[in-house]
Design a protein around this ligand. Structure first.
Ligand SMILES: CC(=O)[C@@H](O)[C@H](O)COP(=O)(O)O
Ligand SMILES: NCC(=O)COP(=O)(O)O
Length: 242
């Protein structure tokens, strides 16, 4: 089964607009877990626009499923949080501090040397390492060489092409990237702008291990409730072949 990791950034975003503590990130996580989610994802950004360090620590205390923390390891306090929490997985993302949202994968030709000690430290802590990547085959090759366990394919270009009705050629790029990654021993995750409409096609790519979904799922939850939304996404996900 391709695992669903629910990203709770947008629950925290709404919570932060009043000093009332609602909606609760921890309560939302429990609802997602009770509905069948295999993981929870958070992206504590330096400006704390949504997920705050305190959210990460509170989630770490209660989670009974995989915990995926995303972020740029060169922007404090990301690595400090990770060292304290020791999550299941870290997804390293090359975001600038003030980016509107995550908008590209790593340039490993440029950043490989500075990422190697980070990857080595995370793996020494027993944390699975995933690198947020575009579909470039040369970049994916380097991800393996520098010791990453997985890649997360950045799926916004796929989602945009899907929305515009001309997805096939873009989809084939993702399928080829996944095949290449799997052939060299990288696990393949995926995320960004996945939703109930575009997920089934994307997950027709064999052996996508995990999709992390937040924005669209939380938007769907406003219509149908969080538990139902999680169950609807789970209905779409295929049985993994491995
Ligand atoms: C890395 C990625 O694509 C998303 O997980 C990211 O967390 C989205 O960040 P925002 O929720 O801040 O847009
Ligand atoms: N890594 C992708 C993620 O966690 C959620 O992205 P989105 O569904 O909020 O676009």
């Amino acid at each position: 089964m391709t695992n669903l990791s629910v990203n709770l950034n947008k629950v925290a975003l709404l919570r932060n607009t009043r000093n009332l503590g609602i909606p609760s990130v921890v309560n939302a996580a429990q609802i997602c877990i009770d509905a069948g989610a295999s993981g929870i994802t958070v992206h504590p950004r330096p400006d704390e626009r949504h997920i705050k360090p305190s959210d990460v620590y509170e989630l770490a205390e209660m989670l009974s499923v995989e915990f995926n923390i995303e972020g740029n390891p060169f922007q404090p306090p990301f690595m400090e949080i990770v060292r304290q929490v020791n999550p299941t997985q870290c997804t390293l993302v090359p975001d600038a501090p003030n980016t509107f949202t995550s908008d590209c994968g790593w340039d490993l030709v440029r950043d490989r040397e500075k990422l190697i000690p980070i990857i080595n430290e995370l793996k020494s802590l027993g944390i699975r390492v995933s690198l947020f990547m575009d579909t470039d085959p040369n970049q994916i090759q380097i991800a393996k060489k520098i010791g990453s366990d997985r890649i997360e394919l950045y799926t916004e270009p796929y989602a945009t092409a899907f929305r515009h009705g001309n997805v096939e050629s873009v989809f084939q790029q993702y399928a080829a990237a996944a095949r290449q990654a799997q052939a060299i021993g990288l696990g393949v995750n995926a995320g960004h702008d996945l939703n109930l409409q575009n997920l089934a096609k994307f997950c027709s790519i064999p052996n996508i291990l995990e999709v992390s979904i937040g924005h669209a799922l939380i938007a769907d939850a406003l219509d149908m409730g969080l538990s139902t939304a999680v169950k609807e996404y789970l209905k779409v996900l295929p049985e993994s072949k491995i």
